[in-house]
Ligand binder design. Structure first.
Ligand code: PLP
Length: 376
């Protein structure tokens, strides 16, 4: 992090507040001596299944593996196509490509930065097997419409809910949780996520019993019991130490959520009508969890530099659309196929937002932004 008042690492700040529970959880696990697929994993799986409202939750090594194993379990392979958004972390498209299938990128709705549901239909071909909407920044994609399209065309829906644990959406009058609407939900416990481990971790949420069984085999070498391997799997388990840490943190999730909301509201209030800033759009019938607070401005690069020089750390999510990443150059995506993403990637800027962010720090951020625009 830059100089200025943001001197302390936010993860160590959070640790200070939860130290007692976390230390206890870690040492009890060590004392127990069971580090792989034990009680902690089972307990955090139950907590997440409860939260999301699915029959099963299956701990895996990362959010990336959650996506990959979900696609594998659905039988998605070479020759298939999977529709997704190019305005996401690489993992979303990477998981698709790693199965041998081709990611088909659909442009975003510039208001929400989520996949534009009106453009999904024209991307569907005979090869399409699934849609992976990403609930970007903590607000859900339009799941009602996505489910409708998927039903009509017999497609699977895998929600990339890595940034959206606890987010919800009112669908047909009922609140539905992120990760619980599609056939499968994928979560990440990467340290900077709203529920972060002290290392990698991920979770798959699912209702289908057969598929859940398949995923449990896949994550653990395809083993039905020790040294008996039914299918070709991988080694991708959530480990007991990470699960212990997640359990200790889980009870804070609600409180942290509220704090993020307060931060977001304060930005909303104080950045309205500042320069050409476009604030994040909160859609009705949605509960946003503000994993990121991302504004838009035509002066993004200059603003980012200015803030950095003034000790305010910011980030760009994401600077290069996935269809333009060098890794995909042999798949033949053309510049211009997702114009809204290409535009957004030059204008978005994520401001500091986390539960421990103090009011003074936030005022400092706002003051610096206002100062920048006074000079424009
Ligand atoms: C973080 C993230 C992932 C990957 O999660 P890891 O646990 O880091 O593998 C996938 N998709 C999105 C949208 C993410 O933000």
């Amino acid at each position: 992090m830059g100089k200025g008042i943001f001197s302390e690492n936010r993860i160590s700040l959070q640790y200070k507040k939860t130290k007692k529970q976390i230390d206890k959880a870690i040492f009890e696990t060590i004392k127990n001596g069971n580090f792989i697929l034990g009680e902690n994993v089972k307990k955090i799986e139950e907590k997440i299944a409860n939260l999301v409202g699915t029959e099963y939750a299956i701990g895996v090594n990362s959010g990336t593996d959650a996506l990959f194993l979900s696609l594998k379990a659905l039988g998605i392979k070479n020759g298939d196509e999977v529709i997704t958004t190019p305005f996401s972390f690489i993992a979303t498209a990477e998981a698709i490509a790693n199965t041998g299938a081709k990611p088909i990128f659909v442009d975003i709705d510039p208001k929400t930065f989520n996949i534009d549901v009106l453009k999904i239909k024209r991307a569907i071909t005979k090869r399409t097997k699934a849609i992976i909407p990403v609930h970007l920044y903590g607000q859900m994609a339009d799941m009602k419409e996505i489910i409708k399209i998927a039903k009509k065309h017999k497609l699977f829906v895998i929600e990339d809910a890595a940034q959206a644990i606890g987010a919800k959406q009112k669908i047909n009058g009922k609140w539905e949780m992120a990760g619980g609407v599609g056939h499968i939900g994928c979560f990440s416990f990467f340290p900077t996520k709203n529920l972060g481990a002290f290392g990698d971790g991920g979770m798959i949420t699912i209702n289908d019993r057969k598929l859940a069984g398949e995923i449990k085999l896949l994550r653990n070498h395809g083993a039905t019991k020790k040294y008996y391997h039914e299918i070709l799997g991988v080694s991708s388990r959530l480990d007991e130490l990470q699960a212990a840490i997640l359990l200790a943190k889980f009870s804070y999730l609600n409180t942290w959520d509220k704090k993020r909301h307060n931060v977001a509201k304060f930005y909303d209030k104080n950045l309205r009508n500042v320069g050409d800033i476009i604030l994040p759009e909160l859609l009705k019938n949605n509960y946003h969890i503000y994993h990121q607070y991302t504004i838009r401005t035509k002066h993004r690069d200059a603003l980012k530099d200015f803030l950095e020089k003034n000790g305010v750390p910011t980030a760009i999510h994401y600077p290069l659309s996935l269809h333009l990443q060098p890794l995909f150059k042999n798949l033949g995506y053309k510049q211009g196929i997702c114009p809204e993403v290409e535009k957004a990637s030059k204008e978005v800027l994520s401001l500091p937002i986390y539960p421990e962010l103090s009011l003074n720090e936030q005022k400092f951020v706002i003051k610096a932004i206002k100062k920048f625009f006074e000079k424009q």
